[in-house]
Design a protein around this ligand. Structure first.
Ligand SMILES: [Zn+2]
Length: 418
C-alpha cells in the first residue's frame, strides 16, 4: 500500500451517535457486549499466534503475478477456519465465506497476497526481541495475519453476525499488478454482491478513505540505430528519452490536491559505441484529484511528443524516430465520505480503543470499490512498520494486538453482532 497524506482527524468529526451499518445496535451496545469483550481479550491473548501467522505467510514468496503458493496456503487456512465455499477464483484470489444471519450487509475483508519483491528474494524472517525483519513483513503479511485472526476470534467466541463476511486474500495489489485482484472481485467473481469493502494493508493505525488516482506509462522510443562514429547524426532514442525526462523534471504540480510524478525506470541501448535502437522509460503519475491527474497526463504526453520532434529535427537524413506511449497501469481516484457508515465504524472502533483516527488518502485495493461507489476503507494492521517496499523492511510487534482488535471491531460495526 501507499499512504500519501493525512488531511483530517477524528477531532473534526462527531461520532457520538453511530448506528452500525446493520442497523441493529449502537456502537456502545455492540462493543460492550460480553461476547465482543471476550473476543477482544482473546485477540490480545493470542496475538503471539497472529504474529506466527504473519511470519509463516511471509516466508512463502509471493511476487506480484506469482502469488500461487501463498494462495494455496491461505486456501488451506481458510478451510481450517471453517469458512464456507473456500476457493481460488479465476485470477488467483482466495475467498472464504462466513455467512451472516441474513438480510445484512455483505462485507469483504481483504488483505493482499503479493509483494514487491522479485522471485529469489530471501524472505526468511529474522526476529530480534519485538522486531521482526523480512521483506513484506508489514506490507502485507500483517494484513494477512489480521484477517485470519478476525476469523479465528469470531469462531472462538461463537459470534454470529447479521451480515456476511467474505474473507479474501487477493492478488495483484502492488505495482503493475494494478489492483487486478480487487478489480476481478468487483467486475466478475463477486459482482453486485459486495456492499462494503475493507482492506487491511500495512502497519500502524491509519484509515485510508480516499483513493489516490494513479496512471502509469511505458514510453518506448525506437530508431534505426547505428555506429556511434560511422552513423553519427542519426536521431537517438536515448537522446530523445533524455529530452523527455528533462521536460518532465520541470513540471509544476499542485501541493493540494496532492499531485506527484516520477520517472522510475529507464533502459536502452546496447553498447557505448552504438546509437541505440530503443530506449524506454516508465512514468508514474498520481493525484487526489481526477482533474489534476488528467492535466498532468496531458502535459506528460505533450512533453514526450515534443522530445521526439526535437530529436527528429536535430537528426540528419530521412531516418526518424517513433514513439509508443503505452498505459501500463491505471487506478481510479475517489473518496468514501467521512460521514459514511463504514468510516464511522472505523472512528467508533478507534474511540472505543482510545485511538486518535487519522483519515488519509492512498493508493490501495479500496480504489476500485471507491471508484464504483461501494463504501470502502483501507485500515492498517497495527504494530509499527519501517522501510516498506525495501529489503530491510521491519515490523515492531509492540502492542500490535490493538490493530487486530480494531479490525474486529470495525468489521462488527459493519456486519453487526447478534
Ligand atoms: Zn500493501
Amino acid at each position: 500500500m501507499n499512504r500519501l497524506n493525512s488531511y483530517l482527524t477524528a477531532a473534526t468529526i462527531a461520532v457520538a451517535c453511530f448506528a452500525s451499518a446493520a442497523g441493529a445496535q449502537t456502537t456502545g451496545d455492540l462493543f460492550s457486549t460480553p461476547k465482543v469483550r471476550r473476543a477482544l481479550d482473546y485477540l490480545k491473548a493470542t496475538e503471539p499466534d497472529t504474529i506466527k501467522d504473519q511470519i509463516k505467510a511471509c516466508e512463502i514468496p509471493a511476487p506480484t503475478f506469482q502469488e500461487q503458493k501463498r494462495a494455496e496456503y491461505f486456501k488451506q487456512r481458510f478451510t481450517e477456519l471453517g469458512l464456507k465455499n473456500v476457493r481460488i477464483d479465476g485470477i488467483g484470489n482466495v475467498i472464504g465465506e462466513r455467512p451472516g444471519a441474513g438480510a445484512g450487509p455483505t462485507l469483504v475483508l481483504a488483505a493482499h497476497l503479493d509483494t514487491v519483491f522479485p522471485e529469489g528474494t530471501d524472505v526468511k524472517v529474522k526476529r530480534n526481541g519485538s522486531i521482526l525483519a523480512g521483506p513484506g513483513i508489514g506490507d502485507d503479511c500483517r494484513g494477512l495475519a489480521v484477517i485470519l485472526a478476525v476469523a479465528r476470534a469470531l469462531n472462538e467466541v461463537k459470534i454470529e453476525t447479521q451480515g456476511t463476511i467474505l474473507f479474501v486474500a487477493n492478488v495483484g495489489e502492488e505495482g503493475l499488478g494494478d489492483l487486478r485482484g480487487a478489480r476481478h472481485l468487483f467486475n466478475d467473481e463477486l459482482k453486485g454482491r459486495i456492499t462494503h469493502f475493507i482492506s487491511v494493508d500495512g502497519t500502524g493505525l491509519g484509515v485510508t478513505n480516499a483513493g489516490v488516482g494513479v496512471v502509469r506509462y511505458r514510453v518506448t522510443f525506437r530508431g534505426p540505430g547505428g555506429h556511434s562514429f560511422g552513423a553519427f547524426g542519426l536521431p537517438s532514442p536515448i537522446h530523445a528519452m533524455g529530452r523527455a525526462i528533462e521536460k518532465i523534471s520541470r513540471f509544476h504540480v499542485p501541493a493540494q490536491p496532492r499531485t506527484t510524478f516520477n520517472v522510475g525506470r529507464v533502459e536502452g541501448g546496447t553498447s557505448v559505441n552504438s546509437i541505440a535502437h530503443t530506449a524506454w522509460l516508465e512514468m508514474d503519475m498520481r493525484s487526489e484529484s481526477v482533474t489534476e491527474l488528467a492535466k498532468l497526463e496531458a502535459e506528460f504526453k505533450r512533453a514526450v511528443q515534443e522530445a521526439l520532434d526535437e530529436e527528429n529535427a536535430r537528426g540528419a537524413g530521412s531516418k526518424k524516430l517513433t514513439v509508443e506511449m503505452k498505459m501500463v497501469s491505471q487506478r481510479p481516484a475517489g473518496v468514501t465520505p467521512a460521514d459514511s457508515p463504514i468510516v464511522k465504524a472505523a472512528l467508533a472502533a478507534d474511540a472505543a480503543l482510545g485511538i486518535t483516527t487519522r483519515l488519509s488518502a492512498g493508493s490501495t485495493d479500496s480504489n476500485i470499490p471507491i471508484s464504483l461507489g461501494v463504501p470502502a476503507i483501507t485500515i492498517s494492521g497495527g504494530g509499527a512498520g519501517r522501510n516498506a517496499h525495501s529489503l530491510d523492511e521491519s515490523f515492531d510487534t509492540t502492542d500490535s494486538h490493538v490493530g487486530t482488535q480494531r479490525a474486529l471491531l470495525i468489521v462488527l460495526g459493519i456486519v453487526g453482532a447478534r
